[in-house]
Design a protein around this ligand. Structure first.
Ligand SMILES: [Zn+2]
Length: 149
């Protein structure tokens, strides 16, 4: 992605596109709750995700609020990258959870198929992925992508 020169007197495009998420904002994950009462509690470490779907939603929300620490600690150590790069030209728009298998409090593995809508330098695009989650030390973590379109 090429760098553009910033025009004087205008906010940076990424800042203009991505309003800051506050405790009272609707949760970026799409559930009808405020951020503080939804994924914010998971990001703060107050509660752990009970299901794969809730972990998936909280990880999407962590990309929106750029919570690198949360993304890394909910990533299986075998597949976890050293760091997470947040692309400043990318704006997350919406998460659609399409299908889940297993992943309840009574399972040890599960999958979530989702479509994450975003804009890349203003162009609408989406990521279609089936993610696999496993329990690690009792907590759900992201293991790997089963497929990515
Ligand atoms: Zn949420």
């Amino acid at each position: 992605m090429s760098r553009r020169t910033k025009r004087a007197g205008r906010p940076a495009p990424a800042a203009a596109r991505t309003p800051a998420v506050t405790a009272e904002s609707p949760c970026p994950c799409g559930l009808p709750a405020t951020y503080a009462h939804c994924c914010g509690r998971l990001h703060a470490g107050t509660v752990a995700a009970p299901t794969c779907e809730s972990l998936m939603r909280s990880r999407y929300a962590a990309f929106v609020v750029r919570d690198e620490a949360y993304l890394l600690r909910t990533w299986h150590p075998d597949t976890r990258p050293p760091s997470v790069d947040f692309d400043p030209g990318m704006g997350w728009v919406r998460l659609e959870v399409l299908e889940t298998t297993d992943g309840s409090p009574f399972h040890t593995t599960g999958t979530v198929t989702f479509r994450a809508h975003f804009t890349d330098d203003g162009r609408p695009d989406s990521l279609h992925e089936k993610s696999r989650f496993v329990r690690h030390d009792g907590a759900w973590v992201y293991a790997t992508a089963v497929f990515v379109d």
